[in-house]
Write a new protein. Structure first.
Length: 235
């Protein structure tokens, strides 16, 4: 592309879970494997209770109220307490993280999209996940080779949407102009808020048609990953 057709963005920052990786499927598979190992019957109810607890704790982590070390054990302490299960949460968590680290399922179209975009843009993966899990998953993933770097909150000690996270991301990218960067993610509270806090354009991946509910307003909103190409090609 040359002249007036040159795209505005040079860097695309992608969230991992729920944006490129099918975290719902990966989490379900890992939880089924781990409960089986520990002699617990997996059920949709158990998973629903876990998701409520996990969402609450991850939300508290994003605003700096708790650490990941605290989160990853307390989530199972609360789950087992609520369901009356007598299992050591530390042992269960260790096996769960190992099983989750093997889950590399991508959302439909994600691999083709990333392969194509990597020929025209520099790509960076930005995640709030647990390092040992995310490194294992990403190293096994078919899309790893297309990314310049991966920034994991657990490794740098600060999470999206805090400005310190974005400062590290921009340092890794060589300090590009903010106008040349687009953040793409499914979370208003972490991905879109990170862009809003750092004055960077954002693209909200919203396949379920959720409402903004007073959250930060994204620059773009898409329901399908294949809509990204038109945005980055025509801006």
């Amino acid at each position: 592309m040359t002249g007036s057709t040159r795209p505005r963005y040079r860097w695309l920052i992608f969230d991992a879970d729920g944006t490129l990786f099918d975290f719902r499927l990966g989490e379900t598979t890992a939880l089924q494997l781990t409960t089986q190992k520990h002699g617990i019957e997996y059920s949709p109810h158990l998973h629903d209770v876990y998701k409520v607890i996990s969402a609450d704790l991850w939300g508290r982590f994003e605003v700096g109220e708790i650490t990941l070390k605290h989160l990853r054990v307390v989530r199972f302490e609360r789950l087992f307490s609520e369901l009356g299960i007598d299992i050591a949460p530390e042992s269960f968590n260790g096996d769960f993280m190992e099983d989750l680290g093997r889950q590399t399922q991508l959302l439909p179209g994600a691999e083709d999209l990333i392969r194509e975009l990597s020929s025209r843009f520099k790509l960076l993966l930005a995640t709030n996940g647990i390092a040992v899990v995310q490194r294992a998953r990403f190293s096994r993933s078919s899309i790893r080779r297309y990314f310049e770097d991966v920034v994991i909150s657990d490794e740098i000690g600060v999470a999206k949407p805090q400005t310190g996270y974005m400062e590290e991301v921009f340092s890794r990218m060589g300090q590009p102009a903010k106008a040349e960067v687009l953040i793409i993610g499914d979370s208003l509270s972490s991905d879109i808020a990170a862009g809003a806090n750092f004055d960077v354009d954002t693209c909200w991946f919203n396949p379920d048609g959720a409402d903004l509910d007073g959250g930060p307003k994204p620059t773009f909103t898409i329901a399908n990953l294949d809509e990204i190409d038109a945005i980055v090609s025509n801006t």
